[in-house]
Design a protein around this ligand. Structure first.
Ligand SMILES: [Zn+2]
Length: 190
């Protein structure tokens, strides 16, 4: 018996964030409108379920207003979290905070830290954009912190404390000053 099934199937999942394959060729978020085309079919059911779950995790908060607290990350790490596959934020200290936060890209970036991060990402199969293309000094996205680990199988875990994340996604760039720790950026101008 073959475990491969040919889709299309009807999908509807999430909290009040409904994701369905409206045109039967893509996942579509009914809140932000982002579409992600299905990979070539047929494919294994378990692989398809994993893709579905990843899409739902990423769009789980699209029906909510943006978070109000922000965390400043240095580039290109901020890019790797929001546009890349980096799913763990490594911090030197244990931190109680869990939940949704805005991701701020710090204004400062040295050549040395850029190239160190580029090498680290390349070892994990990820190409970082050129320095000049990385947004800095503003809000670039949001993510949800779900847990804190001192060991984790993710290739992005460095420790000593690795904060797992879901729902990492870009938001329109909004320039603002970053601060240490969790901070509240000024509200969006109407
Ligand atoms: Zn969405």
């Amino acid at each position: 018996m073959s475990r491969t099934t040919t889709f299309p199937v009807e999908l509807s999942e999430g909290k009040d964030n409904t994701i369905l394959n409206a045109d039967r060729q893509a996942f579509v978020c009914t809140h932000c409108g982002e579409a992600e085309a299905f990979p070539p079919m047929p494919m294994r059911v378990d692989a398809f379920v994993a893709l579905t779950k990843a899409f739902i995790d990423r769009h789980d908060t699209c029906h909510l207003p943006p978070p109000t607290k922000a965390l400043s990350l240095r580039q290109p790490w901020a890019w790797l979290m929001i546009h890349g596959p980096k799913d763990i934020e490594n911090r030197p200290l244990r931190w109680k905070f869990r939940g949704r936060i805005l991701v701020h890209a710090a204004a400062g970036m040295t050549r040395q830290e850029y190239y160190e991060a580029v090498r680290f990402a390349a070892e994990r199969g990820v190409t970082v954009p050129p320095m000049a293309e990385l947004a800095r000094g503003g809000i670039i996205g949001e993510m949800t912190i779900t847990g804190c680990y001192t060991a984790h199988p993710s290739p992005w875990f460095m420790g000593p404390y690795g904060y797992t994340t879901i729902g990492r996604k870009p938001l329109p760039y909004r320039p603002c000053k970053g601060m240490l720790g969790l901070f509240t950026p000024p509200p969006i101008d109407p």
